[in-house]
Design a protein around this ligand. Sequence first.
Ligand SMILES: Cc1ncc(CN)c(N)n1
Length: 209
Amino acid sequence: MSVHPFNEELATGTLSRERFQFYLVQDARYLVGFGRALAAAAAKAPEVDDVAFLAGAARDAIVIEREMHESYFKWFRLSETDLADIETSPTCVAYSSFLLATAHTGSYGELLAALLPCFWVYQSVGAGILARQSPETDNPYRPWIDTYAGDEFEATVRKGRDALDRAADAAGEATREKMLAAFTRACEYEWMFWDSAYRQEGWPTAAVR
Ligand SMILES: Cc1ncc(CN)c(N)n1
């Protein structure tokens, strides 16, 4: 699959502010569901170290990632009212609902598999973009890139992959198949999230409400 134009333009700093802003607003909403699903995974984790890891990741999603969003919102002069007026996109609703449904009805392994792409895809995209930045590039999206390209986030991805491998080792064949399906679906939603931001996706039924 070729690199999506959203990521390509994020890397060169040419992504329009409208598209990035749309992405950020949707992402701030997505992170609430993501944080809740992580907290549910913490509650299901059989090993106490994983309880601490997943609960910490839930906290970081809500506090650290949203802090970065807040600073962009300030820079874009977006008020609380402006933000409230923007509708949550179909893809954001679908992805968040998928994570929350898996949290409620899936096994621990399935839930971890649904959550891992949220870490791994961002780390891989962030690190890939950072490797292409030259010191002279004045990229307005650098704070976003640095959030996901750093060593700390890489360590989080490693812990998540390790937890997933242990869950897969302990699972039977049927659960492992469900884990693979959940992982694949989350990867598809990650791609759709960039794509929906690039298209500034709305509800096709909005005009007939
Ligand atoms: C859609 C999405 N996926 C993953 C991440 C990284 N936690 C995020 N901020 N947004």
